[in-house]
Design a protein around this ligand. Structure first.
Ligand code: SAM
Length: 270
């Protein structure tokens, strides 16, 4: 059957119809009409979506590159630009073995850490977050895959022995300024701790940059998602690394990529 008229785009109504019926595409194609229970269920889902709740929260899952994660209002919905970060980080690292250490700081749903474990199954992958609610969901998503989940503020979540031994550090930290306007669908539903960094928006990036050089090993990499106006600031903050800012799929400068040489690129540092 076709999705009834709802006021939603057709592809969204169809996804909600799949959810309400529990059928797959083939099952839905051969369904003549909805039962009264399915009709009630479908109507409720449509109302939630029309009220602005993100589709992924309603469905309870999100696709991220090669992996799928559970999502709900405890975590940010993984974004396509973060998939670009994942692809670029995988390409930079190239290969990994059982001694390779990969860290995802501020993991949220765990999507990035899980996709990195998928790309480098033998590597030791760590996912951290400061938010206990996000950590609970991250554990559900990644622990069975062998990713270690750690709690704490930025690098304080990591064992001290890891300092200087990280081969690949990735992060999609909060980088929105407190007063910046966000789309209602984001501001009303996604967690503020995942989005807002402080009055200027670069506060978490700056705290991360203060320590990153000491944690990443010589010859290691860092990939950090940033706001599209933060490229110059990020290059300045992460100046110890050999850095560039990469574009996302829409051509916006959204990813700070840094290679850690043996010494800092900033004269007088370290
Ligand atoms: C923008 S979300 C990114 C989530 C996930 N990495 C993704 O890309 O979908 C930022 C995450 O960082 C976490 N976070 C915020 N401040 C943090 C801090 N000081 N230390 C560790 N994690 C933090 C938030 O709880 C949130 O889960």
């Amino acid at each position: 059957m076709r999705a009834p008229a709802t006021g939603l785009p057709d592809h969204e109504a169809r996804r909600l119809l799949l959810l309400a019926t529990g059928l797959d595409n083939a099952g839905l194609a051969s369904l003549a009409s909805l039962s009264s229970d399915q009709e009630v269920q479908f109507k409720e889902l449509v109302e939630r979506r029309l009220a602005g709740e993100p589709l992924q929260y309603i469905e309870g899952t999100a696709q991220f590159g090669p992996v799928e994660v559970k999502v709900d209002s405890r975590v940010l919905i993984p974004r396509p630009e973060t998939e670009v970060l994942w692809e670029r980080a995988v390409a930079a690292l190239g290969e990994a073995d059982a001694a390779t250490v990969i860290v995802d700081l501020g993991t949220g749903s765990g999507a990035l850490a899980l996709a990195l474990k998928h790309a480098f199954p033998t590597a030791r992958v760590y996912a951290t977050d400061v938010d206990p609610d996000a950590l609970a969901l991250a554990r559900e998503n990644v622990e069975d895959a062998g990713v270690t989940v750690l709690a704490g503020d930025l690098f304080s979540a990591l064992p001290f022995g890891m300092r200087g031994n990280i081969d690949l550090l990735v992060a999609n930290p909060p980088y929105v300024a407190d007063e910046d306007e966000l789309p209602a669908e984001v501001a009303d539903h996604e967690p503020a701790v995942a989005l807002l960094a402080g009055p200027h928006g670069d506060e978490v990036l700056a705290r991360m940059a203060e320590q990153a050089f000491y944690w990443v090993k010589a010859g290691g990499w860092i990939f950090v998602e940033i706001g599209e106006t933060q490229g110059d600031r990020a290059l300045e903050l992460f100046g110890d690394f050999q850095c560039e800012v990469l574009d996302d799929l829409a051509g916006r400068p959204r990813i700070l990529a840094g290679y850690r040489g043996a010494t800092s690129c900033v004269e007088g540092n370290h």
